[in-house]
Write a protein that binds this ligand. Structure first.
Ligand SMILES: *Cc1c(COP(=O)(O)O)cnc(C)c1O
Length: 237
């Protein structure tokens, strides 16, 4: 399939999932995850209208970021909007903050502090998703759901961090329907913390759903889905 065909197919599947769940298509945003593809393919994705690109490691993203966003003379609208979706080491914060607009993997206060300090240096604040380990798998990063309220209150100490929502990853299931409880739990968690948190106004987004399970995630309220394989493909090294 060509990139255009894949984009059209994903758009149709998003539209159908929205239809089934009574949601507006405009409320579901797509991040094209380019971590498995070359610079040329990432460039093609952006040129095809996928304006939000996601990467999970700075070392791997660097070449693409420099090529697509490194020209300081170019206008912002001619550059992708970058999402950092992988776990972020504190010593990489200086590389990533300022280049990636959104961070999807805020999972500890030491990271919040590092992001805040860098953001203050740059005179910005950074929209962040707080990653929650809803499924409870040891291999997944993220806060335990019960730790979220306290974490959110402590974030007030780091105004360079602007919480905008929650992020989770479901375990891979051969039957995507089986991911539904994970996505539903994240939505319920967001609804609960919005009632009590000082960040209630801001905590609206849900970053959830990948190639294998994005339709279920949309039905459960995803506002950002992160699509690699099914949208931009996967290339061998
Ligand atoms: C790789 C990755 C994705 C995209 O994975 P696909 O299954 O190829 O769509 C989404 N989110 C995160 C956090 C990832 O690391």
């Amino acid at each position: 399939m060509s990139m255009q065909e894949r984009i059209r197919s994903v758009e149709e599947r998003i539209a159908a999932a929205c239809e089934r769940s009574g949601r507006e298509i405009g409320d579901v945003h797509v991040i094209a995850v380019t971590k498995y593809v070359s610079l040329d393919t990432a460039r093609e994705a952006f040129a095809s209208g996928l304006s939000n690109l996601g990467e999970n490691r700075w070392q791997d993203a660097q070449e693409k970021w420099l090529a697509l966003s490194g020209n300081e003379q170019a206008k912002d609208e001619d550059k992708p909007i970058w999402h950092f979706i992988g776990s972020l080491q504190t010593n990489k914060v200086k590389d990533v903050i300022g280049k990636f607009t959104y961070i999807h993997s805020l999972d500890r206060l030491s990271l919040a502090e590092a992001i805040h300090k860098r953001a203050v240096q740059l005179g910005i604040n950074v929209p962040c998703f707080i990653q929650v380990n809803v499924s409870g798998e040891d291999s997944k990063h993220g806060l335990q759901p019960e730790d979220l309220p306290v974490f959110l209150n402590k974030l007030a100490d780091y105004p360079g961090v602007r919480p905008i929502g929650l992020m989770t990853m479901a375990p891979y299931e051969s039957e995507p329907e089986e991911t539904r409880p994970v996505f539903r739990a994240l939505r319920q968690l967001r609804d609960e913390v919005r009632e009590s948190s000082i960040h209630a106004e801001a905590l609206i987004h849900l970053s959830m759903g990948m190639s294998n399970d994005f339709e279920v995630a949309i039905e459960e309220g995803a506002t950002w889905i992160r699509l690699g394989t099914t949208l931009v493909g996967k290339e061998e090294e």
